[in-house]
Write a protein that binds this ligand. Structure first.
Ligand SMILES: Cc1cc2nc3c(=O)[nH]c(=O)nc-3n(C[C@H](O)[C@H](O)[C@H](O)COP(=O)(O)OP(=O)(O)OC[C@H]3O[C@@H](n4cnc5c(N)ncnc54)[C@H](O)[C@@H]3O)c2cc1C
Length: 257
């Protein structure tokens, strides 16, 4: 149970409090996950990011910078942001959820339904952290770094294209599959293929990444199905989930080519 609630007014203060309190303290952004019954962590201290001021969005010629505390709704509403990021943020269908969930919280919670995190990985976005400097969103999500996220830099779509897929069991039902495929238009950054869902956390399918962008659709579909490490799940058989994954990844790749 959270017993101490801290309201730092700067990044330095927030980091210092978390360092002093150790692993029993968490950063609190929108609180959507921390306050949800699905959160099984037992934090003693919460370090609120409300007054730290990380919610600005900056639009540049080649990339955009999104403050870690920008909410999904602000991302959906900002027409200057790459459409793929706005689309991923809009996958959360409830507006009142979108006004609470932040992009930093979405990345740091590493959930299988973190659609924005998957899209950012596919877009080869870079995370700016308070203590470890810059790292790819992919490295942050797939590693164990728990540094304070300050902002996310995303290349504009004229440099990178991305296809997204999401399927839930019903409109507001549990997630079957979340997939994102990103390719560089100028060929200077490697393809990224990310999938998650039905009990599988965000996972990169490197077997598919190595064959893009030149493989044919059937080969992409077969390789993605074989590579996706689904386990038995009440939402569907392993065969069904692998089939869905193969088709989805192939569709996302076609959207990029
Ligand atoms: C029922 C439910 C449904 C969901 N549906 C969707 C969905 O449809 N689409 C989707 O994309 N996501 C969904 N999520 C996931 C949701 O986006 C994440 O839970 C997200 O973390 C919430 O953001 P928040 O800002 O409220 O984070 P918080 O709850 O405040 O924090 C979540 C975690 O991130 C850490 N954190 C927050 N900000 C930072 C930061 N700047 N730097 C480092 N660590 C930080 C916190 O310490 C904590 O560990 C769902 C979650 C739940 C519980």
């Amino acid at each position: 149970m959270i017993q101490g609630f801290h309201r730092p007014e700067s990044v330095e203060e927030a980091v210092a409090i978390r360092r002093e309190k150790g692993n029993s303290a968490c950063f609190l952004a929108g609180g959507f996950f921390i306050n949800s019954p699905k959160n099984k962590e037992t934090y003693v201290d919460a370090v609120s990011l409300e007054k730290v001021g990380l919610s600005e969005i900056g639009i540049g010629k080649d990339d955009v910078i999104i403050g870690a505390c920008a909410t999904l709704q602000r991302i959906v509403d900002n027409r200057d942001l790459p459409p793929v990021i706005r689309q991923a943020a809009g996958f959360q269908p409830a507006r009142h959820f979108r006004t609470q969930i932040t992009i930093g919280g979405d990345i740091a919670s590493r959930r299988e339904d973190s659609f924005t995190a998957a899209a950012l990985m596919a877009m080869n976005a870079t995370a700016q952290t308070a203590e470890s400097g810059d790292m790819s969103v992919s490295d942050y999500v797939l590693g164990d770094c728990d540094d304070l996220l300050l902002s996310i830099t995303v290349p504009r779509d004229n440099h990178r294209c991305c296809g997204l897929f999401r399927q839930t069991r019903s409109a507001r039902g549990p997630l079957l599959l979340n997939a994102a495929v990103g390719l560089s238009r100028d060929g200077d950054a490697a393809p990224v293929v990310v999938v998650s869902g039905a009990g599988m956390g965000l996972t990169r399918l490197t077997a598919v990444e190595t064959m893009l962008p030149h493989a044919d659709v059937e080969t992409i579909e077969r390789t993605a199905a074989e590579a996706a490490p689904f386990g038995t799940h009440w939402l569907g058989s392993v065969e069904f989930l692998k089939h869905l994954c193969g088709v989805a990844v192939a569709d996302c790749a076609i959207a990029c080519l």
